[in-house]
Design a protein around this ligand. Structure first.
Ligand SMILES: [Mg+2]
Length: 256
């Protein structure tokens, strides 16, 4: 029997713009970890420019808590976002050392802050995310093409499920960060489904897929409406196509 076709979507930067919520939650998580009120005034309520500029380099949610803390440190390289992102991994590593934190505790704090926000005012929390215009509608129409769809995200499964149901979106499969890394999950999905495309806004993740022999055949699409770095859409390797919203609105059979 032939396998059911499926499209696999990243979530933040492809379906929703969660930057405002990410800043709010990272700010609160950071202040909780530091446990000192004096920092509150130093972190503005609106996402600072440096936070926005470094966002395209972020892979995991906890990194945003770390970036937030770095904004408090006068001699942090994040004061120059380009300098910080040029050596992103190395700077994150140094920052973890400076603050004496580990990724797990940052992720737990971030998740706790979100749980709290949902508990206090779910509607407000949901509304702090902004879906990209037209994307939700388009996904809802995939059933007319007999294509299933899945979500593969580094957000937690629980929060992603809440947002999806708020948008009236019910994917066949939903994998949050708890389920493992994206290449592993793509391989798992491909055992049962025919993956017609993996849609992501993080080029490095698509390149990893392309360089993983067991899944390198998966058609990769870079969503150009997400958090792209300046030259991400230039010189893409064979196997990664740039997906503009106008392409995305067309039947999948007509995608580049
Ligand atoms: Mg993304």
């Amino acid at each position: 029997m032939s396998k059911q076709p499926i499209l696999v979507f990243d979530f933040d930067g492809v379906i929703v713009d969660g930057l405002v919520e990410y800043w709010n939650s990272s700010r609160k998580a950071c202040l909780k970890l530091l446990g000192n009120k004096k920092y509150e005034e130093q972190l503005p309520l609106i996402a600072p420019d440096a936070f926005r500029k470094v966002r395209p380099w972020v892979k995991n949610g906890w990194e945003m808590v770390l970036l937030t803390a770095e904004l408090l440190r006068t001699d942090s390289p994040i004061k120059n976002p380009k300098q910080f992102s040029d050596e992103y991994q190395n700077n994150c590593h140094k920052a973890l050392k400076f603050w004496n934190w580990n990724p797990k505790q940052l992720q737990i704090e971030l998740d706790n802050v979100r749980k709290q926000a949902i508990h206090e005012n779910k509607e407000k929390w949901l509304a702090s995310h902004h879906p990209f215009s037209g994307v939700i509608n388009r996904i809802q129409k995939l059933k007319n093409e007999n294509i299933d769809w899945a979500i593969l995200t580094t957000k937690s499964t629980e929060f992603t499920a809440q947002l999806l149901s708020y948008y009236n979106l019910f994917p066949t499969l939903l994998y949050g960060y708890e389920r493992g890394n994206k290449p592993e999950i793509l391989l798992q999905i491909s055992n049962d489904y025919l993956i017609q495309g993996f849609i992501e806004d993080r080029r490095a993740t698509l390149e990893t897929v392309l360089n993983t022999p067991s899944i390198s055949w998966i058609p990769c699409y870079l969503a150009n409406w997400g958090y792209l770095k300046d030259n991400d859409d230039q010189g893409l390797p064979i196997g990664i196509q740039l997906l503009k919203q106008e392409n995305f609105m067309c039947p999948v059979a007509d995608w580049p």
